[in-house]
Write a protein that binds this ligand. Structure first.
Ligand SMILES: [Zn+2]
Length: 334
């Protein structure tokens, strides 16, 4: 029995008549999290996990968003639906769908490594797991968090000693807060762009502990030279940055790595879920549609970890990229 299929609007549960992270407006959407490529405006009704309420209501029509706590099941047309932490950003969830004894779980983005800014990924036993694969692309080379923060702290400290502001670009929702929670706030002031500070407030209202931050203008300009400035990638080359003259900058975002790679090495263009396909699982390891062994070793490794935890009988991988016109769908079995 298939509890999730693909329709032009997105992933669809026919028994419950709802969509998961639809890319077109629908009547009822269950959302995995508030990032713009998952929570798109225009649908009549949204359901999401409670910790993400503040961010979602800022981004979508607030009246249309209903939230409920993790692991609390609700009934949608006879289908039992619950949300479980995905460890990605505040309020990120895996969607557990149960109907007549069959259990499917759909992940949005998820992260197995815990961090201080959101509930850690919770393995959910199921018959079928549909996993997101965006960050399985081989151009994403994640380094362990501790090493990342050691590097950032050393870079910030060296800049501060030389009287230079450190500007770090990172996605305003999720990445920026992970940076704030992980850096050594004793080095200097933490200055946040308004877009980041707005999300910080949502995190704090959900009782996530973040170090003290200020907006520009809230400290004397003379203190910028030893500050770590967190700004969204969209702030690059804007007049907003001029006040930090002579700054050193860095990127802390997979998206930016992707964009830069696309510019310099003609990597595949990212098409969020537009080419999403689900494939029936087959015996063996990761395969592409022609049956060739999948090359994304990192994705395999992550999926194996996840499979060990959730033990699905079937695993679907949805690919959101299109490589120069050719579609890719992945599949695997445990
Ligand atoms: Zn995301």
């Amino acid at each position: 029995m298939e509890l999730v299929t693909v329709r032009p609007e997105g992933l669809y549960c026919p028994q419950g008549d709802f969509y998961i992270d639809p890319w077109r407006p629908v009547e009822r959407a269950v959302l995995t999290h508030a990032h713009g490529d998952h929570a798109r405006p225009g649908s009549a009704k949204y359901l999401a996990a409670a910790p993400g309420a503040a961010v979602l209501r800022k981004r979508l029509d607030a009246a249309s968003v209903d939230v409920f706590d993790y692991a609390v099941p609700i009934d949608i047309n006879g289908v039992r639906v619950s949300l479980h932490p995905a460890g990605h950003v505040l309020g990120s969830a895996q969607v557990r769908i149960e109907y007549r004894g069959e259990v499917w779980v759909v992940s949005g983005d998820y992260k197995l490594e815990a961090d201080a800014t959101c509930m850690p990924f919770e393995p959910v036993r199921c018959h079928t797991f549909i996993t997101e694969s965006t960050f399985g692309l081989p151009i994403y080379r994640w380094v362990p968090q501790r090493q990342l923060f050691d590097d950032i702290n050393a870079w910030w400290k060296a800049n501060a000693q030389e009287g230079r502001a450190s500007v770090l670009f990172g996605y305003a929702f999720g990445k920026a807060q992970r940076l704030l929670a992980g850096v050594d706030a004793g080095i200097g002031p933490l200055v946040c762009h308004g877009a980041v500070e707005t999300v910080n407030e949502a995190y704090r209202s959900a009782h996530v502990k973040l170090p003290a931050t200020v907006r520009v203008g809230e400290i004397p300009a003379s203190e910028y030279k030893c500050a770590l400035v967190i700004a969204p990638p969209s702030a690059q080359s804007t007049p907003w940055l001029r006040r930090f003259s002579g700054y050193s900058d860095g990127f802390a975002s997979g998206w930016m790595q992707l964009r830069r790679a696309a510019q310099t090495r003609r990597r595949p263009r990212f098409r969020p879920f537009g080419s999403c396909r689900l494939a029936r699982p087959a015996a063996g390891g990761f395969c592409d549609r022609s049956g060739a062994r999948h090359r994304h070793a990192w994705l395999q490794q992550r999926a194996r970890k996840m499979v060990a935890a959730t033990r699905p009988a079937s695993l679907y991988v949805r690919y959101g990229i299109r490589r120069r016109g050719s579609r890719h769908a992945g599949r695997s079995a445990k």
